[in-house]
Design a protein around this ligand. Structure first.
Ligand code: ATP
Length: 268
């Protein structure tokens, strides 16, 4: 008997990219703070979103997780329009300010959010397991019973990250997760990001304004003043610009953009 569910005409559709943006524009106040961005974020990799303070990184992240108003153009996330209710459980988002309850311990914070994700008595075992795993993931097991309010800034950001890891999201959006961390913690956190991508196939979109962190990403989106300067791998960026570091490549691209702007101005 023929099996009509397999064969060359019935190949499964490839997964859509984690993020696909086309002509993406965002207005805040009376100003377009993101202008006509077009890019894709592949799945299962770490994409770094880099650029100077105020260039629009947080606005782009907020658009992707569906919390930003006045977004126009196309913005698809995991194959759905950004902000679609079905995406809520599939995305983890960590904002710049740690969102934890200071009067609860680390474990209680995690238990609180786990109860929202996996409610009901039947899920008690799953909740316990996911809380313990998330605390271990961010290396806070020895602080599990400390009040969040008594932790350092870096430790509190790691509690926020643990909350985002609770639901094993397909896409993890992290807004400047390493700000204020010492070099050892920064290195450990980047190792954790790589483990999460490699072992779970999670896509990570990580913003930073520290250019040396760019070297740790599989791909980069380089931004400046609301525009995308490059969407490439660190190696390709260095090759293309003849620079030794991503930072030098970024500066080269900024100079080229300024020169192109001047040319347009003088020829128009
Ligand atoms: N509520 C607002 N109304 C008008 N403009 C705003 C508003 N919030 C932010 N902006 C502007 O939007 C631009 C992008 O801000 P955004 O926070 O996305 O930048 P960022 O790259 O994440 O910066 P940082 O690294 O400092 O967090 C900035 O120029 C900022 O001044």
């Amino acid at each position: 008997m023929m099996n009509y569910s397999s064969g060359p005409l019935h190949r499964p559709e490839p997964d859509p990219p984690a993020v696909r943006a086309q002509d993406l524009t965002v207005v805040r106040g009376s100003r377009a703070v993101l202008r006509n961005l077009g890019f894709t974020v592949p799945r299962g990799q770490i994409t770094g979103l880099l650029g100077p303070s105020g260039c629009g990184k947080s606005t782009l992240m907020r658009s992707i997780v569906g919390t930003q108003a006045k977004v126009t153009g196309t913005l698809d996330v995991l194959g759905r329009p950004a902000g679609h209710p079905s995406l809520r459980a599939r995305i983890g988002y960590v904002t710049q300010a740690p969102s934890v309850y200071d009067d609860l311990t680390v474990r209680q914070n995690l238990e609180y959010f786990a109860a929202i994700l996996h409610p009901g008595r039947a899920a008690a075992g799953l909740r316990r397991e996911s809380v313990t795993r998330a605390i271990a993931d961010v290396d806070l097991t020895s602080h599990a019973d400390a009040l969040a309010g008594n932790l350092s800034g870096g430790q509190r950001s790691r509690v926020s990250l643990a909350v985002a890891l609770l639901g094993t999201p397909e896409l993890l959006v992290l807004d400047e997760p390493t700000v204020g961390l010492d070099p050892v913690l920064r290195r450990d956190l980047w190792q954790l990001f790589h483990d999460i991508a490699a072992e779970r196939g999670t896509t990570l979109l990580v913003s930073s304004h520290v250019m040396d962190e760019a070297e740790r990403c599989h791909r980069l989106l380089l931004m400046r003043a609301g525009e995308l300067l490059a969407d490439d791998t660190p190696d390709a960026l260095r090759d293309r610009t003849g620079a030794d570091t991503v930072e030098a490549a970024f500066l080269h691209l900024v100079d080229a953009a300024i020169a192109a702007g001047r040319t347009e101005e003088t020829t128009s």
